[in-house]
Design a protein around this ligand. Sequence first.
Ligand code: TYM
Length: 332
Amino acid sequence: MSEKKVMLSGIQPSGDLHLGNYLGAIKNWSARADEFDCYYFMADMHTITVRQNPADLRRRTLEQLAQYIACGLDPEKNTLFIQSHVHQHAELGWVLNCYTMFGELSRMTQFKDKSAKHTDNINGGLFTYPALMAADILLYQPDFVPVGNDQKQHVEITRDVAQRFNNIYGDVFKLPEPYIPKTGARIMGLSNPDSKMSKSMPEGCVFLMEKPEDIQRKFKRAITDSDTENCVRYDPEHKPGVANLMSIYSAVTGKSFEEIEREFEGCGYGKFKPAVGDAVVETLRPIREEATRILADKAYLESVYHQGAEKASYVANKTLRKVYKKIGFVAR
Ligand code: TYM
């Protein structure tokens, strides 16, 4: 294996990719391939903790792959794969289930949120989700897991489970660090700046493949604040909508909050909101065009995920064999 540090992350193809996924995670993945050994996957096994339409799931998994590549993840340099193609995830997932505590799982925010939202389907998979996620991560012995803020808790439980396992069996797993961007780690909904941007609130959510005019419309309608100040100033406590727009603008342009305040001094929200919309449209335009082009080439996509699964399985298998040996399973 190479001496490079390892980076790994995944996204559930349970909805179309949105600006939160891009700024919180994917943007941090691209352009790292020279520095790190990178593994990125479509977390399709996780999506079925909530009911999915099979045809949509299949379509979105491939679209997500095309979008990963369009976001700058060169498949020659990054290992891109579909989680369910690498059976070691399910196998290590089961093992780690037995090393993850009921109490720990009960504290997970994502479980609490999702079980409140899907009261008719609070299944075992939803509860033990973090054990599978720990397996996703630990199989590849990564140094860093680039995720948005909402996934930090899951990376932390992964470290706890890995540590528990290592305490019993010796140094089997490397303890990974969450790698969270300075700006963009928690993008809020444009129509609801008090909750994170998510596909479940489509009016406040900007999708990567959305048409420029729709993106602009969403930004023009973005909630700013209820005071009459009409001034672009970073104050997340009193002006969460404006702070969110500033974070988005900062993440796509690289400008600091001070620079943004100066740029829009005396302009009011009427000028600021469309300017953020424009910056986002221009960031997403090449991604949308490239993803559309790649998606049309099914044979290419197939070759990418075949090759990705092969590379990923090789690495994952090494870790799984070691784990099976340590816990006392007889080798085949
Ligand atoms: P998921 O699919 O919900 O989200 C994928 C990534 O996007 C980030 N994200 C956001 N970042 C900023 N602002 C937002 N509004 C926003 N919404 C989503 C998430 O933090 C995440 O990085 N359990 C994971 C998927 C997963 C995974 C893994 C991740 C499965 N196995 C192993 C890393 C490593 C999830 O549900 O993310």
